[in-house]
Write a protein that binds this ligand. Structure first.
Ligand code: PMT
Length: 409
């Protein structure tokens, strides 16, 4: 796996002669699999043209806060949310001071204030400016807040001075960015998740299905992605927007979900079966729309493959996490599924009476062989994060050190 695969990077370019190196930086970031969007200050445009970055990144380059056409395509707030990391290279003394002071007077400083993505700054300035006590104070206050300061390097400067202030080379910046993602719990891991309902055809216009919206599975996919994993989401029909940075495979029937899972499972270190897969399908769906004639009709159903159980029974299974949707005897039934399907973990939820299916909130009991933990009612986004923390604890625990080696991405 490339070091920045599926990572969305905003590269901020500020005014400085080192801006020419940022063109090379875009190429290096993209070679590592990153999707790069460039935001330039007005001063940066004096050193290098936006067109250069547009050609290299494949995205329009943003320069002005109030560029209405760009705002219509992706607003600065959407851009701030889009990013997995913001790297400012070169970062001038002026921009560094603005960020330290919380000033937001151009697009770059505004989106830095609006993003919760990690921020990395690669200062580049004259050695005298770098040596100024005000610059040092700004750097310290940024570092205390957890903002990564990359460099600067010491050497000969464009102005002829010798000293600290040169921007690090593009390769060094890319390495630092890759390292900044390494601390994430699932960095380098590949997780396969199923979500949503399946539909089993009765005839060309009717189907059997269930109330799953996909909210829980999509929340898990987003949380896994935020925790550094490469995520493949196999989704039954859902109206939810495709989460950014995630490979989504859309399916309709349980049989299609089964095929898609089996086609992708060998690469996954972790499998989470959150989909509400139909247990049965029609033995013979009608090829024509059924006519309303008889007072009653009978549909013959046959069993679908149990995807979760099949995954757990593979010769070299991934760490396998199931869900149990129960209307009664929640823990007892979930524990029975954990044992029967040979799962590592199962997340049990009470369903029916406006619980579980198609709700924004939920509550889960996460169960394993010799323990369980309650995750009280909260949003599915929060639950997804907590469930992934529990999965990480079990997945990486000492008894399974081979997991990392078994499924490298
Ligand atoms: O999508 P939402 O609206 O957000 O709702 C979330 C949810 C309620 C659907 C989710 O939290 C949930 O409980 N998902 C599992 C639903 C389900 O089918 O549960 P089950 O107890 O019937 O199945 C047990 C496990 O076996 C599940 O992991 C299921 O994915 C899996 N299974 C079931 C049948 C089958 N043929 N193949 C399977 O893999």
């Amino acid at each position: 796996m490339k070091g920045l695969e599926q990572k969305r990077i905003i590269l901020g370019v500020t005014g400085g002669i080192a801006a020419y190196k940022s063109a090379e930086l875009v190429r290096r970031l993209m070679e590592q699999g990153a999707d790069v969007q460039v935001v330039m200050t007005t001063a940066a445009c004096e050193f290098i043209t936006p067109l250069t970055f547009q050609a290299l990144s494949g995205h329009p380059v943003r320069c002005e806060s109030f560029d209405t056409s760009s705002e219509a395509a992706m607003s600065h707030i959407e851009l701030a949310r889009w990013a997995d990391a913001v790297l400012v290279a070169p970062c001038s003394a002026n921009t560094l001071a603005k960020i330290a002071g919380g000033i937001a007077d151009n697009l770059l400083t505004t989106l830095i204030l609006a993003t919760d993505a990690p921020l990395l700054l690669a200062p580049a300035m004259n050695q005298q400016m770098w040596a100024q006590s005000t610059t040092a104070e700004n750097v310290n206050s940024l570092a205390v807040k957890g903002i990564k300061i990359l460099g600067p390097d010491i050497g000969e400067q464009a102005c002829g001075d010798l000293g600290a202030g040169r921007m690090l080379e593009p390769d060094q910046l890319v390495d630092a960015l890759i390292q900044s993602f390494q601390h994430l719990a699932f960095a380098g891991q590949r997780i396969l998740i199923t979500a949503g309902p399946t539909r089993e055809a009765i005839d060309p216009v009717r189907f059997l299905s269930n109330r799953s919206s996909g909210k829980m599975g999509y929340a898990l996919a987003r949380a896994a992605r935020e925790a550094g994993a490469a995520v493949t989401l196999i989704s039954g029909p859902s109206v939810l927007a495709t989460p950014a940075g995630i490979d989504v495979i859309s399916v309709e029937t349980a049989a299609e979900m089964h095929s898609a899972v089996m086609a992708h499972i060998s690469k996954a270190g972790i499998f989470i079966g959150c989909a509400a897969v139909a247990d049965y399908r029609l033995a013979e769906p009608a090829s024509e729309k059924l006519k309303k004639q008889a007072d009653s009709i009978q549909l013959t159903l046959v069993k679908n493959a149990d995807i979760l159980a099949e995954v757990a029974a593979l010769p070299n299974p991934p760490f396998t996490v199931g869900f149990a949707a129960e209307t009664s005897h929640l823990i007892e039934n979930a524990r029975e599924k954990l044992q029967r399907k040979h799962l590592n973990l199962i997340a049990a939820n009470q369903v029916g009476d406006n619980q579980g299916f198609d709700q924004d909130d939920n509550e889960l009991t996460v169960i394993w062989q010799d323990g369980q933990v309650e995750l009280p009612s909260s949003s599915k986004n929060q639950l997804a994060k907590k469930l992934l923390e529990i999965i990480a604890q079990h997945y990486f625990q000492k008894s399974q050190p081979e997991n990392n080696e078994k499924h490298p991405t």
